[in-house]
Design a protein around this ligand. Sequence first.
Ligand SMILES: N[C@@H](CCC(=O)N[C@@H](CS)C(=O)NCC(=O)O)C(=O)O
Length: 216
Amino acid sequence: MFKLYGVALSPFVRKAMLALEYYGLAYENEATFPGDESPEFRAISPLGKVPVLEHDGFTVPDTSVICRYLDRLVEGKSLYPADAQAEATACWIEEYADSRLIENCAGIFQERLLKPKMFNQPTDEERLAGIINTTLPACLDYLESIMPELGYIVGDSLSIADLAVVTCFVQARYGDYEVDANRFPRVRAYLDRAYDSPLLTQRLASERANLPPGLG
Ligand SMILES: N[C@@H](CCC(=O)N[C@@H](CS)C(=O)NCC(=O)O)C(=O)O
């Protein structure tokens, strides 16, 4: 039995849910919020971060580790390209998305949605403008330079790079941010294809059905 601790609105929890759903593994979701200080949660998440995966009593935190673990359990399907260089590239893009890209995309989510609509706090307009005008376009320049015209980011099938990148842009979308198709045509076309895929369509439908009040 699989259980995932975390809330679906977290980009990392979404990444792990997409992986579980890609591998066709049924799971329960325990709605644990980021920064949960309870001793029970801290025991399974020493950094206090979500998600954490539980599988038949075994627990492991961190999406990169969780996704790799799931991959070992399922035969005949993989988010990791067989070719060594393609796998290294996919894992690098995952790392880039999990660090630099998410900082920017989650920043938009925090400033435009979380702070004003959930926490009743003012938006930091200076931070938001810095992300939208400077730091996110720098990420998009990089992604545009590596994005193929068609298909997936690495190789000819879905990989961990796709899950990691797409979850970031879903987060920014909650803050009404859409990638400019004129300036970043490949990234925009890639995201449009991703949003149309059954895996993402189903995940987002389920996410929308469970949004906290006020965020719909
Ligand atoms: N590298 C971790 C990052 C997870 C992460 O940063 N989760 C955020 C929520 S999106 C969190 O729990 N933040 C709470 C905190 O940092 O205290 C992963 O891939 O799972």
